[in-house]
Design a protein around this ligand. Structure first.
Ligand SMILES: [Zn+2]
Length: 117
């Protein structure tokens, strides 16, 4: 617990106190207890600095998720949504699993064919 000077009367006030005991002036919150104000800055910094850096590392190492995996996952999510909302009454989650597996298999085959060129 640190002591700080009251900016109104100059008395020693605990930094934990919300107001000066002598004059009742509010004690300013020390910057360290407002760390959450830096949270948006941190998020923005992450999005614009760390994330692109990470992406370039992932790309350079060849760890990037192939596009067909993204497509298959997107198709699966779309299929699941349609099944759940009963857009197609004769379709079940099993069809979505099959679609997903089929897209992955075909995507992989296409990717292999492209690499073989
Ligand atoms: Zn005071």
């Amino acid at each position: 617990m640190a002591l700080t000077k009251c900016r109104e009367c100059g008395a020693d006030v605990s930094s934990q106190a919300k107001a000066c005991a002598r004059c009742g002036a509010p004690v300013p919150v020390p910057p360290s207890s407002r760390w959450w104000l830096w949270l948006p800055v941190g998020v923005v910094a992450f999005l614009f600095v760390v994330a692109p850096a990470l992406m370039s590392v992932i790309k350079a190492l060849g760890w990037e998720t192939p596009q067909y995996v993204h497509d298959a996952n997107a198709a699966f999510v779309a299929c699941k949504t349609m099944v759940e909302s009963r857009t197609f009454r004769n379709r079940t989650m099993k069809d979505c699993d099959e679609l997903h597996a089929q897209m992955l298999t075909e995507g992989e085959r296409a990717a292999k064919a492209q690499r073989g060129k």
